[in-house]
Design a protein around this ligand. Structure first.
Ligand code: HEM
Length: 330
């Protein structure tokens, strides 16, 4: 009796270990065209708005850092424990919700029914993870394999979002603490910050640095000040990466972000702190130098850190649900 209940426990453990694994073939039977539909949806969105690639990448990051990659960021009802869209780092800033919702519809339309009793097949969390990868690839960045089978949460947490999403006024110690809290090394944190090679930031998020910090390139600062005055213009945008590609192509995913840090052209305080040209070298200068001198090294570190991010505490097996509409629980 004792040994049979032990084997039941062992079997249960085994089952949950297996179900806790994501797999690259998860939708092969139920929705074989899911990946190509997501890629097409990203391509269409990026064709009409190149910035959307950056927005979709950030959406996935802000999903995974709060309750794991469970699409909690997409919920817009306070009834489920809070609306993460309203958290400090998200409100008035996160973009791409409508694009994800459209992709979700397009994907479900090609899935094989009657999988899941004719219910939805592909989770919003998986769509976010794949769309982030396809966005980076669309702008010339590295690719990586996205394992699938995440399920969607029925809850969100604005409190956790406020606590876990790193704000742009952090120094290296704060950034390191934020990322170490999710299991990332310092090198991985620096690599992931390289996501700021694409996309835009609002004046209110870099004004403090622009007008108060000495370690900003003068020509660069003069240019930024034209569109980010000392007061007003809070939501005016500037590229996170003053791209040096020839011909100029501000939306290319490359390692210029790190090269710019070396000449004090980081837009956010939290970016420039990774490289201080005058003070004795801290823990991150060597990492920045490595990525600045080798795009291949950056691409490879970024891709593996993204795989790690996409695997942050997913809901699997019978946990959570697959939402019908990404903004509301079923
Ligand atoms: C290291 C800590 C980080 C901080 C403090 C930070 C902060 C910010 C801030 C303040 C903005 C501008 C938001 C606005 O003004 O509306 C931004 C934009 C962005 N962030 Fe981060 N971020 C960090 C890490 C990351 C990571 C890890 C990723 C992805 C892997 C990422 C991807 C992006 C992208 C792509 C944008 C541009 C979005 C767009 O143009 O819509 N960030 N980030």
């Amino acid at each position: 009796m004792a040994s049979s209940s032990l084997s039941v426990v062992l079997l249960l453990c085994l089952a949950s270990a297996v179900s806790a694994q994501l797999s690259s073939t998860y939708y092969d039977k139920s929705c074989p065209s899911a990946l190509s539909k997501i890629q097409a949806g990203v391509a269409a969105a990026v064709a009409s708005d190149r910035r959307m690639a950056a927005s979709l990448l950030r959406l996935h990051f802000h999903d995974c850092f709060v309750q794991g990659c469970d699409a909690s960021v997409l919920l817009n009802e306070t009834s489920v424990g809070g609306n993460e869209r309203g958290a400090f780092g998200n409100v008035g800033s996160l973009r791409g919700f409508a694009v994800i919702e459209q992709i979700k519809k397009d994907v479900e339309a090609v899935c094989k029914k009657p999988y899941s009793n004719n219910g939805p097949v592909v989770s919003c969390a998986d769509i976010l993870a794949v769309a982030a990868r396809d966005s980076v690839v669309a702008l010339g960045g590295p690719s990586w394999e996205v394992k699938l089978g995440r399920r969607d949460s029925t809850t969100a947490s604005v409190a956790q979002a406020n606590q876990d999403l790193p704000p742009p006024f952090l120094d290296v110690a704060g950034l390191n603490a934020s990322f170490a809290g999710k299991g990332f090394s310092l090198t991985e944190m620096v690599a992931l910050s390289g996501a700021h090679t694409i996309g835009m930031a609002q004046c209110q998020n870099f004004r403090g640095r622009l007008y108060n910090e000495p370690n900003i390139n003068t020509t660069y600062a003069t240019k930024l000040k034209l569109n980010c005055p000392t007061s007003g213009g809070n939501t005016n945008l500037a590229p996170l990466d003053d791209d040096t590609a020839t011909p100029p192509n501000p939306d290319l995913f490359n390692n210029d972000f790190f090269i710019n840090l070396q000449s004090e052209k980081g837009l956010l305080h939290s970016d420039q702190v990774l490289y201080n040209a005058t003070a004795p070298a801290g823990a991150t200068e060597g990492i920045v130098n490595g990525f600045a001198s080798s795009q291949a090294a950056f691409f490879s570190a970024f891709a593996s850190a993204m795989v790690k991010m996409a695997n942050l505490s997913p809901l699997t097996g019978s946990q959570g649900q697959v939402r019908t509409v990404c903004s509301i629980p079923n």
